[in-house]
Write a protein that binds this ligand. Sequence first.
Ligand code: CMC
Length: 391
Amino acid sequence: RQTGLTALDYGFVNTSSTRSAITYIDGEQGILRYRGYPIEELAEHSTYLEVAWLLMYGELPTADQLGEFDEKIRRHTLLHEDLKRFFSALPHTAHPMAVLSSAVAALSTYYEDSSDPHDPDHVELTTIRLLAKMPVIAAYAHKKSIGQAFLYPDNSLNFVENFLRLNFGNMAEPYHIDPTLAKALDRLLILHEDHEQNASTSTVRLVGSTGANLYASISAGIQALSGPLHGGANEAVLQMLAQIRDSGEGVGKFVERVKRKEDGVKLMGFGHRVYKNYDPRAKIVKTSADAVLEGLGVNDPLLDIAKELEQFALEDDYFKQRRLYPNVDFYTGVIYKAMGFPTRMFTVLFAIGRLPGWIAHWREMNLDGGTKIGRPQQLYTGSPERHYPMH
Ligand code: CMC
């Protein structure tokens, strides 16, 4: 088991780490299916919770199963009052992704006696708790950042409606749900629900493979997602678009800087390890961006810059040769912004979207597949044996 016996595969470009029956991707043809169902059909006709069930249990739920699942999640939305005080210990400037990850890790301290990763009942309960409480934590991270009071969840509302109210409602007046907004957010969440062995899902699996509980694994997944090459790209895209607008340098000059790799600048929201054609999620997001902004009565010049940038890049040899196309993160930020979310919440929305996928993979590994601890090999390049100097 030493040098020479392992293949070196930086970034796991050619190595499968597992078998999985959850999500199918064909990067050449731009195909994405959850449990066999095309993403386009699910985005059009399903809901976040129905897709969550599909991912975790393998089949679409019956109406009764979905109703029971929804009901259970509604019953678990409250956070322990002590956990709510946890937010006060963090600065209001804290990035909501850091708050989310920390608070999800902290959740486990309240449920130590019911989070055994090898007990299917515990896993079931933890699954429900995470789906119910993570959106509440996310909304509180948002409220904390803008100095507003936390609202209690309203369990008469559905998953997305409740989340919107927790983010945008306040104590002083009733919050009116905008159905266009709720539908659009539900659709975006569906698009993010799973994406097979991406960096954060692989992290969740790796942490879970050690026998750590689901809270710990999801907390680690959130941290992995926060990076700008992964989920953090949606935040970075908006910063990039705003910078192009504010600097007045124009799309053409910006693209030239990207091509020169000046200061490592990249076209954020472009490129993908697997999709070498077009990210099918990006296609759906792009087509809904105009409709959603119009439905919300928002006219954002950043959307025009994004479209111009895409057009410019798609016609440019640098991007064509490297097969770089818009990914899911390219247009989502403009929509989240129109919905009223601050830029720093964008990746948190991605995390809520991805949660069912993370759980599905963790469950597939721990409950169905039997765990083998994840332990990559290395090729040692250091010093040969040498001896501590005896003075
Ligand atoms: N802008 C400019 N050049 C790029 C970009 C980009 N966005 N992406 C890749 N390239 C270039 C890269 O510099 C390299 O060029 P060269 O051959 O001259 O060295 C070539 O294209 C191949 O790129 P790579 O870095 O080897 O590709 P990868 O598969 O390792 O990385 C990626 C994939 C998504 C990390 C990368 O495309 C990237 O950094 N994109 C921008 C960040 C982003 O949008 N991330 C979100 C990904 S999708 C949602 C998610 O997973 O969270």
